[in-house]
Design a protein around this ligand. Structure first.
Ligand SMILES: NC(=O)C1=CN([C@@H]2O[C@H](COP(=O)(O)OP(=O)(O)OC[C@H]3O[C@@H](n4cnc5c(N)ncnc54)[C@H](O)[C@@H]3O)[C@@H](O)[C@H]2O)C=CC1
Ligand SMILES: O=C(CO)COP(=O)(O)O
Length: 317
């Protein structure tokens, strides 16, 4: 096996499909019944319908049998802390590549900081950037950022495929914050679209959203060029403009006053709450994140959120 993927949701399954071009892949899911179904049908109809699993993807519910030196963690952010604590001993000494986008509500950590805090004996990296699971699975061209504290060209090579181009950086803080924060802005962009506030408003929100993403990330030690790259600006553009994004669709439903399937992974909701706390502690203004947190919890209406943003004191750009 070349790599292990833990979590057989949409993204884990898509990564397994593309990485299978480089060699055998283990794909682990915790639910044995679902593993049996995926092995029988060679598909993941629940999370990534229509995509076929190549023969050299071994789907298993046996985590010890699945583990290799390089392990991709492909589960929702709020599940990662509990997962790492449960499996800490068996993950020790391995390279753990987080594929999640978010901030852990319980600790305020991003994915690599959470790995360092929970599994100090493992190496931490993050794979992030603009890519829908369905696009990766179809073999459409995609480019992502791999961030690792120590420069690791070998890992970059192991995770690149003929259709998935990986750029590398050592700025883990910038890469993980860009990926987390863009989901919050994507919810706001969805609200604007759902409430029919216009394309001009959406462009303004994306731009001011990018400004607040950058402000927080730089304060936490990120490099500005990382925010301007695939993991920040790139993913912001994708998620704020496409109805394939769950965060965007969640915002759209909010803007239309409709409900949203609670089973769907929408990382930006918890991230907005975590960001409001983090930014408050640091004394940083994050007005878009604040209204997204309030809207998601139905504490304000769309009209009130719009008024809150438009009536802020006028200032220099
Ligand atoms: N779907 C996409 O296009 C992309 C997703 N991502 C990120 O990947 C992460 C996962 O997202 P998706 O795969 O799309 O979500 P998903 O909702 O399709 O799947 C999540 C999977 O995680 C599993 N899971 C949940 N808790 C678990 C636990 N404690 N232990 C083991 N497995 C557990 C679930 O059973 C489910 O199969 C998110 O942070 C998301 O932002 C990143 C890029 C693209
Ligand atoms: O992160 C993604 C694309 O890069 C996927 O976005 P959603 O989680 O909003 O579907």
């Amino acid at each position: 096996m070349t790599v292990t993927i833990l979590g057989a949701g949409a993204f884990g399954t898509a990564l397994a499909i593309t990485l299978a071009q480089n060699g055998a892949v283990s794909l682990w899911a915790r639910d044995a019944a679902r593993v049996e179904e995926m092995n029988r049908t060679r598909r993941n109809d629940r999370r990534l319908p229509m995509a076929e699993l190549p023969e050299n993807v071994a789907v298993t519910a046996d985590i010890d049998a699945a583990l290799t030196e390089t392990v991709l963690l492909a589960m929702p952010m709020q599940q990662m802390g509990g997962f790492l604590r449960e499996h800490r001993a068996r993950l020790d000494g391995r390279t753990l590549v987080a594929c999640s986008k978010g901030i852990d509500l319980a600790t305020g950590h991003g994915p690599t900081a959470l790995i360092h805090a929970t599994c100090p004996g493992a190496r931490a990296a993050i794979l992030t950037g603009p890519s829908f699971a369905a696009d990766i699975a179809r073999g459409l061209p995609t480019a992502l950022t791999l961030a690792c504290d120590t420069d690791d060209a070998a890992l970059q090579e192991r995770l690149s495929t003929p259709t998935l181009r990986i750029y590398r950086t050592t700025d883990t803080t910038g890469a993980e914050l860009g990926g987390a924060l863009k989901n919050v802005i994507a919810i706001a962009a969805g609200v604007v679209t759902g409430a029919e506030l216009g394309d001009s408003a959406r462009a303004a929100l994306m731009t001011r959203g990018f400004a607040e993403m950058t402000r927080l990330a730089i304060r936490l030690g990120a490099r500005p060029e990382t925010l301007a790259g695939l993991s920040g600006f790139g993913d912001l553009v994708l998620t704020c403009t496409s109805p394939l994004s769950r965060n965007f669709r969640f915002g759209q439903a909010l803007g239309q006053g409709e409900g949203f399937d609670p089973e769907t992974t929408v990382e930006g909701v918890a991230t907005a709450k975590a960001v409001v706390t983090l930014a408050g502690n640091l004394g940083i203004e994050m007005p878009v994140a604040e209204v997204v947190a309030d809207l998601s919890d139905h504490r304000v209406t769309v009209a009130e959120a719009m008024h809150a943003l438009l009536s802020r004191p006028l200032k220099e750009e």
